[in-house]
Design a protein around this ligand. Structure first.
Ligand code: ADP
Ligand code: ZN
Length: 601
């Protein structure tokens, strides 16, 4: 490195951005001055620049430790396109290439070296690193050091030796997922006591949170995609492997490019699907949670959940894969009582002691509560991470379309009585049959037609009763008995309600949620679609030529700016965000030609 330029100059010339986002500048100053840093930023916050800029300023090569081997090639390609001299070392690199990289390192030709943790801690690698100038160590996905988290990597524990062997080299640890406990663990295990801490908020303002009731999952998904995400890349999460395959092939029938992804598919297929998702435009991945960590694709426009995640934390993490580029994106979830029953069953049959299961149960209830709230979702979501959002966000479903409520006191009493009178041995379907006075075989088999509650609930339809039971379970008035195939049981909390000491407001479930989507409207109103498509074609050609994903050439946001500003000279083109010196020179003329052709046609 060592070009004696200011961070601001590097940001502008190399990356083509005009200003740092708030904590970036301070973080970079800290590391450039040789200090350690612990960086906690949400996905898409811009963590990479925090070590990439110092890498270009401090003398020597910066070493970036990352567990995401599959992404290193793309990361290095992206750096090279910016004119940064970068390479990576992991188990996929040939011996010959390793020698080549060693040579480059020794002659000081590299600015950035990405390396897998297990590779770094090998004696020969450490020996090599001691022979050269090192600008800094960046420890990406630093939460992998935490034994509590689900991303734990034993190799990460050994990274403590960096502190001992390279005591004068600044270290910067970065992560998007760290509660207070994980944070303490990172500091302790990596000896980062002296590190300056930079903790940014968790809010992802460009993500629109929407949660609706599940009544016909496939049709709901289809409608959502057709209306709002016709050509967009996105992720659909399902709970089971089989379902991912069903949904993927069904979406394909409907004309979408959808691919399944789960741990049961061979690694070759998984890799192929992931790589198509990264490289082609508009691919939808239908996945179990096996798909996710380190998906660096910036232009994922939606994350759809067809089943409810187990915890608010995983919901936040999974939805966080949308909209890393800062453009509007959707987090869309549908759920129903059935999800809760299924998740509880999965938990009950999982390993783990009682205490663990209770904690899991607690977390599931929090998720359920989050689905049911009638106030701003973002405020509640952020409060889980100890953050306070003063005003409702105006970019979630409950803000955009305030939820109607109704006085459900009487209905709840009936619903609870029905369970009580049938000895708490029946599931929701039968209880509704009792309330609505159905003539089903089961009713007569158990002689439930003689109960005082039989037929007292004819005024409400099936869906409304399901909604009542769901909300009773979600709010802890009733619970699901897993030993009895989903029978509904009364909880202590029922008493005041039954005694008439409590009123209860229930949520009205709107079947069809039409929320105004700002994403598409914005693009369609101001942007000429023909030009947009022509620019995407141009980008695709460059990308194929270089065998990199299209977003490595330019992000959607840069193409959008081209559509709006119509740059026709190199001077104008340079003003676009995301256009640095190298990309200006390489791709500027090609894109300018497309714009000129479009304007003169
Ligand atoms: P993270 O690793 O925190 O998820 P990235 O480092 O991938 O996020 O950055 C997210 C996106 O934001 C990238 O596309 C990046 O180029 C862009 N970005 C980062 N910093 C800036 C900035 N100061 N100005 C404009 N865009 C930025
Ligand atoms: Zn809101």
């Amino acid at each position: 490195a060592s070009r004696m330029k200011s961070p601001q100059q590097i940001l502008h010339q190399v990356f083509g951005y005009s200003s740092f986002r708030p904590p970036q500048g301070q973080i970079i100053d800290t590391v450039v001055d040789g200090g350690d840093a612990l960086v906690l930023m949400p996905t898409g916050g811009g963590k990479s620049l925090c070590y990439q800029v110092p890498a270009l300023i401090r003398p020597g090569c910066a070493v970036v430790i990352s567990p995401l081997i599959a992404l290193m090639q793309d990361q290095v390609d992206a750096m090279r396109l910016l004119g940064v001299k970068a390479a990576f070392l992991n188990s996929t690199v040939s011996t010959e290439e390793v020698e080549n990289i060693q040579h480059q390192l020794r002659s000081g030709e590299l600015d950035l070296l990405y390396i897998a943790p297990e590779r770094l801690v090998q004696a020969r690698t450490l020996q090599l690193l001691r022979e050269i100038d090192i600008a800094l160590f960046a420890i990406d996905e630093a939460h992998c050091v935490s034994q509590w988290g689900h991303d734990f990597r034993a190799d990460y524990l050994q990274l403590s030796l960096l502190h001992e062997l390279f005591s004068s080299v600044p270290r910067i640890a970065l992560t998007a997922t760290a509660d207070a406990r994980t944070r303490e663990e990172i500091i302790a295990r990596l000896y980062l006591d002296e590190a300056k801490q930079f903790i940014s908020g968790f809010d992802r303002p460009n993500i629109q949170y929407r949660i609706a009731l599940k009544y016909n999952a496939k049709q709901q998904l289809l409608k959502f995609l057709q209306k709002e995400h016709n050509d967009d890349a996105g992720i659909v999460y399902c709970l089971s492997r089989k379902k991912t395959e069903d949904i993927a092939s069904w979406l394909t029938e409907k004309g979408f490019n959808a691919l399944p992804y789960h741990a049961g598919l061979g690694s070759e297929i998984r890799e192929r699907h992931q790589s198509r998702f990264l490289r082609e435009d508009g691919i939808i991945i239908v996945a179990t949670i096996a798909f996710g960590m380190g998906i660096d694709k910036p232009d994922v426009r939606f994350v759809a959940h067809l089943d409810m995640p187990k915890t608010v934390e995983s919901y936040y993490q999974e939805t966080g894969r949308a909209g890393r580029d800062g453009l509007p994106a959707n987090a869309w979830l549908i759920y129903g009582l059935q999800d809760v029953i299924k998740l509880r069953q999965m938990m009950a049959s999982s390993d783990g002691n009682e205490e663990y299961k209770r904690a899991e149960q607690h977390r599931l209830n929090a998720m359920l509560g989050f689905c049911e709230i009638t106030s701003c979702r973002r405020q509640v979501l952020l409060s889980y991470f100890g953050e306070k959002l003063e005003e409702p966000c105006r970019n979630c479903d409950t803000c955009l379309e305030p939820v109607d409520t109704w006085n459900g006191t009487e209905a709840c009493r009936m619903a609870i009585s029905a369970a009580f009178r049938t000895d708490q041995r029946f599931g929701v379907n039968h209880l509704i049959d009792v309330l609505r006075g159905s003539h089903s075989d089961k009713i007569f088999q158990f002689e439930h037609q003689n109960l005082p509650v039989y037929g007292i609930g004819k005024d409400l339809d099936n869906n409304r009763w399901r909604s009542v039971y769901r909300q009773l379970v979600a709010r802890g008035y009733m619970s699901v008995d897993l030993d009895r195939f989903g029978a509904l049981r009364l909880e202590e909390k029922c008493r005041p309600l039954l005694r008439g000491e409590e009123n209860i407001e229930l949520r009205k479930d709107n079947k069809v949620k039409v929320v105004k989507q700002q994403t598409k409207i914005q693009l369609a109103a101001e942007v000429d679609i023909a030009l947009w498509e022509a620019l995407r074609d141009c980008r695709r050609m460059f990308a194929e030529d270089l065998s990199v994903p299209p977003y490595v050439v330019f992000h959607d946001s840069t193409l959008q700016e081209m559509c709006l500003r119509l740059p026709q000279t190199m001077e104008d083109f340079e003003m676009l965000s995301g256009v640095g010196e190298r990309k200006l020179e390489k791709y500027g003329p090609g894109f300018i030609r497309v714009i000129n052709d479009h304007l003169s046609s």
